[in-house]
Design a protein around this ligand. Structure first.
Ligand code: GDP
Ligand code: GDP
Length: 450
């Protein structure tokens, strides 16, 4: 169990509490550099190791823009090796830029993460925890590391997601089972949500089948066929670290089951039908060909359907340096409307680069399913309107996030808001809540009597 978080939130105090003795050094000043500490601990008869990653953020850090540079390699490593990560935040301080930076990295991680909201010293402060849902890491746990309050519940939750065998077990079966079991953390994919559906789309010959077979080729994935909705569509359910994922319409992609020779037009129709049934689309581009007109059309249609996209630039192995630079420009130019959609450079044939796919999917799913507290939504809209009011006295009076998947906000306004202004508000919401590449919908309601 790795304990992470920005300085001064109470990581060492929590570690002491978990260890039941004063092993770690509690520092009064933020950012005192400490070595990584690993300590044996136990809870409910279960032995485990606690890792304090105290040196994650050095002194003086404030913005998360240069987060990458600040992350110490050692802390990163201890986090990566952990079966469960507990991110500690400070209930008094609220969410800081550094917290967001830490959470951003953790959202990309393929394993359970629990958020401990520390310094909740009494019941009266328990409401403070809900703000931290915005970190996108599931329901937070209120704790007081200093007084021990709530730490038992936190450890119960940690036990629930730890693998059955002690850390370091070499039996691969145990490990893969543990991996699959790790998914049912609150707020993470697989908990109270239906199975995530993913479609793999792209032009013929882009490498979709190669990619798919590579994804299911992992010995540990358990693959089931499921009938799709149309007559010849077959979906494949694959067990992953994120829980079961349904790959939509994979009839033509399974080994030995190629029903190839699809025309471009037919493959486009088929792709759109698959996208309709998906939560996320993987758009496979042939990097040796570049971004074609059809790729553009497909991307537009997927985006328009409100489906988040992850772009895979495939056959990266075939490109020389010059071609690699050229295609980066091509992407910027022709797929600019996708905003900061992730573009992964991969080789489906060799598997290179594909290790980044699951973490990326996890991030997109978390963003897609994120629920933002009403108070925070209204704070952002209030600030946005103060900075740049709408014309003719138009005003958003109040707003809520009416739906997730994708995030949909209902704005109650005193009169019609111009489209350009709505786009401005959308941008501000997107930035404030780090919604990345996920489509965001705004609905406007006129409030009666105004
Ligand atoms: P770290 O640097 O993030 O590991 O944080 P520390 O464990 O050194 O704690 C930072 C400060 O927060 C210290 O002054 C602690 O005494 C204080 N602190 C830690 N946990 C709690 C808590 O549950 N309640 C309160 N009120 N203070 C706490
Ligand atoms: P699909 O029509 O989109 O399903 O494409 P396929 O998966 O059938 O791939 C088309 C061709 O590209 C095949 O000959 C693959 O071996 C080849 N291919 C796919 N991915 C890669 C890759 O990453 N690198 C290289 N060099 N070839 C690839």
């Amino acid at each position: 169990m790795a304990i992470v978080g920005r300085p001064n939130v109470g990581k060492s105090t929590l570690m002491n509490r978990v260890l039941g003795r004063r092993e770690a050094i509690v520092a009064e000043q933020p950012g005192v550099t400490r070595d990584r500490k690993e300590m044996p601990a136990s809870w409910q008869g279960r032995e485990f190791t606690v890792v304090d990653t105290g040196g994650w953020l050095p002194q003086g850090s404030g913005d998360n823009a240069s987060m990458d540079a600040k992350v110490s390699a050692q802390s990163e490593k201890s986090m990566e090796g952990a079966d469960v990560v507990v991110m500690v935040v400070d209930s008094h301080a609220g969410i800081t830029g550094d917290d967001e930076g830490v959470a951003g990295r953790l959202r990309g991680r393929a394993g359970p993460v629990l958020v401990a909201v520390n310094k909740v010293d009494d019941e009266a402060h328990e409401d403070l925890i809900w703000e931290f849902i915005r970190l996108g890491l599931g329901d937070p746990f209120p704790v007081s590391a200093l007084h021990g309050r709530g730490v038992g519940d936190l450890l119960d939750a940690v036990m629930a997601v730890l693998p059955d065998e002690p850390v370091g077990a070499t039996d691969p079966d145990t490990e893969s089972e543990a991996g699959a079991g790790m998914v049912s953390v609150s707020g993470q994919p697989g908990a109270d949500h239906p199975m995530v559906s993913v479609s793999i789309v792209g032009r013929p010959n882009a490498g979709k089948s190669t990619l798919f077979n590579r994804l299911i080729g992992d010995e540990r994935s358990v693959v089931h066929d499921q009938p799709g909705t149309t007559r010849d569509a077959i979906d494949t359910v694959v067990e992953t670290e994120l829980g079961p994922i349904r790959f939509v319409d994979t009839a033509g992609m399974r080994r030995r089951a190629r029903i190839d020779q699809a025309t471009e037009y037919y493959s486009l129709l088929r792709a759109l039908a698959a996208v309709d049934r998906s939560d996320i689309a993987l758009l496979v581009l042939d990097a040796t060909v570049g971004v074609t007109h059809q790729d553009q059309r497909l991307a537009e249609r997927i985006d328009g359907a409100g489906c988040p996209i992850v772009v895979l630039l495939n056959k990266w192995d075939l490109l020389d340096t010059e071609a690699r630079e050229a295609i980066a420009l091509d992407i910027d130019h022709r797929l600019h409307f996708l905003g900061d959609t992730a573009v992964l450079r991969v080789s489906a044939l060799s598997g290179k680069g594909l290790n980044r796919l699951l973490p990326e999917l996890r991030g997109v799913i978390a963003e897609y399913r994120r629920r933002i507290p009403t108070q925070a939504v209204n704070r952002v809209l209030r600030d946005a309107q103060a900075a740049h009011p709408a014309p003719d006295g138009a005003r958003v009076l109040y707003a809520i996030q009416g739906a997730t998947d994708p995030p949909t906000f209902t704005l109650f306004a005193n009169r019609t808001l111009p489209r350009t202004y709505l786009r401005y508000l959308e941008r501000r919401l997107r930035e404030a809540f780090d919604l990345g590449s996920v489509p965001v919908k705004l609905r406007v309601r006129r409030r009666s009597g105004e």
